[in-house]
Design a protein around this ligand. Structure first.
Ligand code: F3S
Length: 421
C-alpha cells in the first residue's frame, strides 16, 4: 500500500507503521534473516506504541548484562547472521582477570557466561567499551540527534542534559536498533512528548553532587507518574557528576527517562518552553525536610563495614581524584573498589591517582558492574559503604547492606573500618 513514498509493512496482526523501500527490503529478508528478525521485533514495539514510521539513528548503547537472557538474545541474533550497522557501546560486565587476581576465583559458570557474552557481542560488531556512562566519553551525542540508548542513567542524561532523543530502550531493543539502524518513531522522539506536565518546586538547598542523589531518589517517592517533570528553583548548574547521580536515582527510585531544569537544561530555557503549552497536571514541592527524611530513610545508621564500593554508575576522573585526595598517605581498613571505564582507569594511572589508591590498599577496576553475579560473592551477606543509592538498592537481593554517605565520608569510613556518623 503506497503512501507518499512510504509503504505499510504487512504483519499478521496490525498493519500500521509506514516504511520506505529500503526498510521494506530489510524486513523481507534482502539483508539477511538477522536484520529481518530485529526489524520484526521493532515493528511489534512500534505497533504497541502507535509509532507512525521508522527513522534512522546515529548512535546506540546496549546495556549488556552478561546474564542468561542477555546471552540468549545476543546468540540468537548471531545465529541468524545479524551484524550491527551502528556499532553500540556496551555496559560493564566482569573484569575476569582483575577480579580473579585480586578478589576471588570467579566460579567456572560465571567465567563461561561472561566470556560467551563478550564473544557474542564482539561478533555482532559491538564496541566492547564495558562502561555505563557512555554519554560522558566514547559515545556522546549532540543536541537533537536521534539515538537508541538503554541503561538507566544514560537515558535521562542524553535526553535531558544533552537534548538528544531516545526512548528508554531495553538492551534487546537497543541491540535491534544497532542491527537495523532505525527505530520506530514514538514517545520521546516526538516534540510533544518531551514537554513537562509536572512542575517540581525545589525549595530545598541542593548544592553538592550527593544532594542530587537524594533529590533524584526523593522525587519519584513523591510523584509516581511517568509524565515529564520540570524542576524549578535550582539556581546553579549541576556538575556532570551531579547530573549523572540525579538521572541514575530518578530512574532507580522511579522511571524518569527525561526531565527539565528551568533555565539550565537545553529544552527548558524558560518554564514556558519546558511546558510548551501542555496542561500542568500537578505541582510537587520538595523542601529541606523532604530531603532530610529521604536521606535518613535511605542512608542507614552508622556501623562497622566490610568493604567500600564506588562506581554505580562508573565514577569519573574527578571522583577518582576526590577519593585519592582523601586517602593519600593513609591505609584502608577494609577493601575499597572503584569501578570505572577503561579510559578513566588509564587516566587515573597517568595522573598518579591509581598509585595513591593502591598504596592505601584500594583497587581501581575497569569494565565491571556492581550487579553482575557472581562477581561480588565474597561480600554477600556483608555490609558495605557507598555513595550510590542505586548500588545499595540493586544489592538488596544479595543480602548486602549498604550504608550510603557522600564520597568523602565513605572514603573516610573505609579508612576507619566503620561509618562513624
Ligand atoms: Fe553501571 Fe552496573 Fe550500576 S551498569 S550503573 S555499575 S548497576
Amino acid at each position: 500500500m503506497k503512501n507518499a513514498g512510504f509503504y505499510k509493512i504487512k504483519t499478521t496482526c496490525m498493519v500500521r507503521i509506514l516504511a520506505n523501500e529500503s526498510i521494506c527490503a530489510k524486513y523481507h529478508g534482502k539483508y539477511g534473516e538477522g536484520m529481518a528478525y530485529a526489524l520484526e521485533i521493532q515493528l511489534a514495539i512500534g505497533n504497541a506504541f502507535d509509532a507512525d514510521r521508522f527513522v534512522p539513528i546515529t548512535r546506540t548503547h546496549v546495556a549488556l548484562s552478561a546474564q542468561d537472557a542477555d546471552l540468549w538474545f545476543a546468540e540468537k541474533m548471531l545465529s541468524k547472521g545479524a551484524k550491527c550497522i551502528i556499532p553500540p557501546t556496551v555496559n560493564p560486565s566482569i573484569n575476569l582477570k582483575y577480579l580473579n587476581d585480586h578478589l576471588f576465583e570467579i566460579p567456572k559458570a560465571g567465567k563461561e557466561i561472561v566470556s560467551a557474552t563478550n564473544e557474542a557481542y564482539r561478533k555482532l560488531g559491538a564496541q566492547l567499551t564495558f562502561d555505563c556512562t557512555p554519554y560522558l566519553q566514547q559515545n556522546v551525542p549532540a543536541f537533537g540527534e536521534v539515538i537508541a540508548f538503554s541503561e538507566s542513567s544514560a537515558t535521562p542524561y542524553v535526553n535531558s542534559v544533552i537534548g538528544a532523543r531516545t526512548n528508554r530502550e531495553g538492551s534487546n531493543s537497543a541491540l535491534c536498533a544497532a542491527i537495523t539502524g532505525v527505530v520506530p518513531r514514538y514517545g520521546l522522539l516526538l516534540d510533544e512528548n518531551r514537554k513537562a506536565e509536572i512542575v517540581v518546586d525545589v525549595q530545598a538547598k541542593v548544592e553538592t553532587d550527593f544532594d542530587y542523589q537524594i533529590l533524584g531518589w526523593c522525587y519519584p517517592e513523591k510523584y509516581k507518574g511517568l509524565e515529564i517533570p520540570v524542576f524549578r528553583g535550582i539556581k546553579k548548574r549541576p556538575t556532570p557528576e551531579g547530573f549523572m547521580n540525579f538521572g541514575a536515582q530518578l530512574n532507580t527510585s522511579g522511571c524518569v527517562s527525561m526531565y527539565h531544569i528551568e533555565g539550565i537544561t537545553p529544552e527548558a530555557p524558560t518554564l514556558e518552553a519546558a511546558i510548551g503549552g501542555k496542561k500542568i497536571k500537578e505541582t510537587i514541592v520538595i523542601t529541606d525536610k523532604d530531603l532530610a527524611e529521604t536521606r535518613e530513610r535511605l542512608c542507614r545508621e552508622p556501623k562497622k563495614i566490610d568493604f567500600a564500593m564506588f562506581g554505580c554508575p562508573h565514577i569519573t576522573i574527578n571522583q577518582v581524584a576526590t577519593i585519592a585526595r582523601v586517602c593519600e598517605g593513609k591505609k584502608f581498613k577494609v577493601p575499597v573498589w572503584l569501578l570505572v571505564s577503561s579510559l578513566t582507569k588509564e587516566l587515573a594511572e597517568r595522573m598518579g591517582y591509581n598509585a595513591i589508591i593502591q598504596r592505601a590498599g584500594g583497587h581501581i577496576v575497569s569494565d565491571t558492574c556492581i550487579d553482575v553475579p557472581p562477581c561480588w560473592q565474597p561480600y554477600y551477606h556483608g555490609v558495605g559503604v557507598t555513595d550510590s543509592p542505586k548500588c545499595a538498592y540493586y544489592n538488596e537481593i544479595r543480602d548486602i547492606e549498604f550504608i550510603i554517605r557522600p564520597i568523602e565520608e565513605s572514603v573516610q569510613a573505609a579508612i576507619d573500618g566503620e561509618v562513624l556518623k
